[in-house]
Design a protein around this ligand. Sequence first.
Ligand SMILES: C[S@@+](CC[C@H](N)C(=O)[O-])C[C@H]1O[C@@H](n2cnc3c(N)ncnc32)[C@H](O)[C@@H]1O
Length: 266
Amino acid sequence: MAAGGVAGAGVLLGRALGPRRAAAVAAFTGACTAGALLLQERRLRAVAKTLDRRAGLAYREAEDLVRLSALLGGSTPLPRLREGAVSPDLAAVLVRLVRERTPQLIVELGSGSSTVVLAAALRAAGIDGRIVAIEHDQAYVAHTVGLLADAGLTDLVEVRHAPLEPFPGDPDVAWYRTAVFDDLAGVGLVFIDGPPAFIDGRARRPALPFLVPFLDEGAALVLDDADRPGERAALTAWTEAVPGLVVEAVSGTEKGAVVLCLPASG
Ligand SMILES: C[S@@+](CC[C@H](N)C(=O)[O-])C[C@H]1O[C@@H](n2cnc3c(N)ncnc32)[C@H](O)[C@@H]1O
């Protein structure tokens, strides 16, 4: 409203309500406007803070991607990372663990881009190892096999289809058909990134207790999404079930991740 319009409205208000009431209404309206502006300013500050945090994260992810590519020798075309797939920060941790621990057998629960990253890490480090990737979704098996073919890494990986079934020791939870693990032994590294939480938030709970007998001494396990309630509950149950289990948070990862190591025997 133009200044003349405001003054005109003030005069009309004065005539209708009398000068004292009109002044009170004007003061009240002013206070409301100031309050609304303050609220608006607070909201804008919160939005700016969120955008700032996201920009920082995007920059760190870009740095991690460059680092990841360098760790893999720059020769493997990487599939899309983040969102449903492993994020570049954790992918770089996986590559480092492969290089440090030189596992002969890697087991992955929940296949996809991370399968390519792990296979590329084996190849780049010249490790004579292999990967068994466990996947509950038949269509996703084909997706992962396609990613591996695009990257020229099919020979290092077997993607096994394992439908979800009530887990024998914990029948409330559906987990991978356990028979698919029967022939595995001496597992040096495990990446736990499935079954997906959209099926059941508790779905990863059986993983560690079930896998212990298949592990090599000194094996490491990586759990993604460790900040979610289902994974936090699983971690609590695992530390109670396996005395001396070492749980190390991977700092600064987008979705929260931990590295787990069994206590040395003897
Ligand atoms: C957290 S994801 C595993 C992601 C995988 N480790 C990676 O880095 O790509 C767990 C499961 O969700 C399913 N999944 C992953 N991405 C999906 C998508 N975009 N749409 C539908 N299912 C998906 C697959 O069955 C997968 O095994």
